[in-house]
Design a binder for this molecule. Structure first.
Ligand code: TYD
Ligand code: MG
Length: 454
């Protein structure tokens, strides 16, 4: 940080030269305060003027083995972690309040404890009695996990130093209070400094630490992005309230693939893993209906089928509604524009609603074609064949582009009893026997193929 940027915003972490009432970066009011300098070295001299100590350099090729991992024994969790919890790693688990982070971590704590780790669970949000009650509900009250309700970071670190656990769970980082930092718990300086202390402590002592982070309205973990840079792994726990499905998604992982997801179901007795998510996501699908399309997606390292639903209705407003759940609103606008200008399917004066069933959130552009199919199907009031899956990317010109993992998607579709696939034309036809493949090179051709000449 430049020396004279002494003020920072507690919402977004942006740094400023002087105080002001509103943050220029995130537009929040009354969030800017003076941040204390962190440096402890000799003041006033440039770094080059006073010598530090020489650092030992090493080769790229080390003899060190892979870092040791401990598995939880829950496939969905271990896969998201890249094959288990790495010793001395720091993790951040973000998610909306009430989505099930504390439940997930208490269950994980018990699993890791069962597999030989010494685990301490520290809650800054709930009393011991509340956590014990949850443990009873989950049937985990006999687990050897140790528990404390505490927010004072100095006391926590002293305890961890004495107890030497293999894993500490901190629920949540926003409630931690480092007494050497002059601001309230939850402020950027507190969150940053607590995360830093915990991470360095963990690395130095060979302990793993999992920190829970709350998510702000715009969907990022509250506090500065710098916490995400500090830790080795960032996981998001997502899902729609009112739906029982929960997705654990790795957005960053120094020890494994990012973008991997694990699927869970929230039951009366905690989270249960879902080994065959496609079947579950399609389980609520009824008879073929206009606006409903099955998308053969690919999340992380495995194919996943889900239903995309669209509803198109005449709009009473001068500015028709565009509402989307589980997908990107900007991308919806793009597909509508391509349908209108390249295929002559206008949506002027029509409200458009798009929903990914089951509370799944899709980020891959491979869903474009399924979304377009759902939109046209809803608009024309014509259902797609029930036994068909759709996927492919759409470019602004209206051309269809093949997507990665075509063959695996098709195999998953076949496994679940689908007999047709409508996909972009590929250079090399995927070899999946017994599946009726229909291909198109552009969106107009696709619309004609599926809904007939217009
Ligand atoms: P919680 O783990 O407290 O969420 P977070 O830590 O992310 O705020 O879980 C909250 C919700 O989960 C709560 O509404 C109750 C529900 N729940 C169940 O449905 N089944 C269970 O076994 C448990 C423990 C919680
Ligand atoms: Mg909680």
């Amino acid at each position: 940080m430049a020396k004279d940027l002494n003020f920072s915003c507690s919402e977004c972490g942006a740094a400023f030269r002087k105080w002001s009432g509103q943050c220029d970066a995130c537009q929040a009011w009354n969030t800017i305060s003076e941040s204390k300098a962190l440096s402890s070295g000799p003041k006033g001299k440039s770094l080059g003027a006073i010598r530090g100590k020489a650092i030992a350099l090493t080769d790229l090729d080390t003899q060190e083995a892979e870092p040791p991992r401990t598995q939880a024994g829950v496939g969905e969790l271990d896969r998201v972690l890249g094959g288990g919890l790495v010793k001395a790693s720091a993790l951040l688990v973000g998610g909306d309040p009430g989505i099930g982070k504390s439940t997930l971590l208490l269950q994980a704590a018990a699993r890791f404890a069962r597999n030989g780790l010494k685990v301490i669970y520290i809650s800054g949000e709930e009393s011991n009695a509340q956590v014990q009650m949850r443990a009873r509900r989950l049937g985990l009250e006999k687990s050897p996990v140790k528990l404390a309700a505490e927010t004072n970071l100095r006391d926590i670190l002293t305890t961890l130093e004495a107890e030497k656990p293999d894993l500490a769970i901190i629920d949540s980082i926003q409630t931690m209070w480092a007494d050497n930092v002059d601001s309230a718990p939850g402020s950027v300086s507190q969150v940053r400094s607590s995360a830093h202390e915990l991470t360095t402590f963990a690395k130095r002592n060979g302990m793993s630490v999992i920190m829970v982070g709350h998510v702000t309205k715009d969907g990022s973990i509250a506090g500065p992005r710098v916490v995400e840079h500090m830790v080795d792994t960032v996981l998001y726990f997502e899902g729609e309230r009112g739906h029982q499905f929960r997705i654990l998604r790795s957005v960053k992982n120094r020890f494994g693939p990012a973008d991997e997801i694990g699927v869970f179901e929230m039951t009366g007795k905690g989270l249960a893993e879902v080994k065959n998510p496609s079947a579950l996501f399609l389980s609520e699908r009824g008879a073929p209906a206009p606006g409903s399309v099955v998308f053969a997606g690919f999340e992380g390292t495995r194919p996943m089928l889900c239903e995309i639903q669209a509803l198109v209705a005449p709009s009473p407003h001068s500015q028709p509604r565009r509402s989307v759940v589980g997908w990107d609103g900007g991308r919806l606008a793009m597909i509508l524009a391509v349908l209108e200008s390249r295929c002559g399917v206008p949506f002027t004066g029509l409200d458009v609603y798009l929903n990914v069933a089951g509370g799944l959130r899709i980020t891959e552009p491979g869903a474009d074609l399924a979304v377009a199919a759902a939109l046209v199907s809803a608009r024309e009031d014509a259902a797609l064949p029930a036994e068909a899956v759709v996927f492919g990317e759409i470019s602004l010109s209206g051309a269809l582009r093949p997507v990665v993992q075509t063959e695996n998607r098709l195999k998953e579709a076949q496994k679940l009893g689908f007999t047709k696939a409508i996909i972009p034309q590929q250079a090399k036809q995927p070899g999946v026997n017994g599946l009726d493949l229909r291909t198109a090179t552009d969106l107009a051709g696709f619309v004609e193929e599926v809904f007939g000449a217009r």
